[in-house]
Ligand binder design. Structure first.
Ligand code: ADP
Ligand code: MG
Length: 262
């Protein structure tokens, strides 16, 4: 598989000067097409900063980002927004749905902005909602749905135009455990269809479902199980999660045998 994301020696400094925050500190990482990667780290470790750079929502202060072999620095605003619209499906912790629109309309809205014809829009929106199991909730507004259902609408919105890459930043952070596993199943299905899934989380239990785990701490990559075959990946992930990681809310002593990858 081809290299999709190639981040080389990237740093990100917020508020350069006296109150500067080094959110990313010389990070290098490469991700191939079709991988399912979890990026894990404590609150404040730089995960969202990294995701924003990966998704071309922000630019590095230093270092280079090659996406599909092209240096993102050399792309103009139109090319960047094209990438954000067509290549990447974004899923965030706080669903970001529009309250007075139905599930169907929420999924359809970005397609209107992208100039997709009405017939195609309707077909894409319906197919995406069916795919996340909400074929029977299309006319419901966000307030009439559970958190898990709302996040499924947000995923339908992200995948309606079949982007090859899914970037999800703490997508289950606001959900109960049942909804969490439903969302994880959907992400896994998207991966098995061949999409690249990059999942950001502070939760070990979620991270182990991925094929590769990158751990970030204080803006640096602390460990990376690497691009692996499936079996090698399971072993590497067992090792990665046997290390204790302190989350923002709790310390999780992790026993890899409690979880499986399938
Ligand atoms: P995470 O997603 O892992 O919780 P973030 O990437 O959001 O971490 O933040 C990394 C660090 O950068 C934190 O110290 C945070 O306070 C700081 N930070 C994030 N965004 C900004 C910003 N826009 N301006 C200033 N500091 C920021
Ligand atoms: Mg974050």
């Amino acid at each position: 598989m081809e290299v999709l994301v190639d981040i080389r020696d990237v740093s990100k400094i917020y508020n350069p000067g006296e109150n500067e925050v080094k959110a990313l500190d010389h990070v290098s990482v490469s991700i191939r097409e079709g991988e399912y990667v979890a990026i894990i780290g404590q609150s404040g470790s730089g995960k969202s900063t990294l995701m924003n750079i990966l998704g071309c929502l922000d630019i590095p202060s230093d270092g280079e980002y090659y996406l599909h072999g092209k240096n993102v620095k050399d792309l103009n605003d139109n090319e960047l927004s094209d990438i954000r619209n067509k290549e990447i499906g974004f899923v965030f912790q706080g669903f970001n749905l529009i309250a007075n629109l139905t599930a169907f309309e929420n999924v359809e809205l970005p397609l209107i902005y992208r100039g997709i014809s009405k017939t195609k829009r309707e077909a894409f929106a319906e197919a995406a909602l069916e795919k996340v199991g909400l074929g029977n909730r299309m006319e419901h507004k966000p307030a009439e749905m559970s958190g898990g259902q709302q996040q499924r609408v947000a995923i339908a919105r992200a995948i309606a135009q079949a982007p090859p890459v899914i970037l999800a930043d703490e997508p289950t952070g606001n959900l109960d455990s049942r909804s969490t596993w439903e969302i994880m199943d959907i992400l896994e299905n998207l991966h098995s269809e061949g999409r690249t899934v990059i999942l950001i989380t502070h939760n070990n239990e979620i991270a182990v479902r991925a094929k590769r785990i990158i751990t970030i701490r204080d803006g640096r990559i602390e460990s990376d199980t690497g691009i692996q075959t499936d079996e090698a990946s399971d072993d590497a992930i067992d090792q990665a999660v046997s290390v204790e990681i302190t989350g923002e809310d709790q310390t999780v002593e992790f026993d890899a045998e409690d979880f499986t990858n399938d």
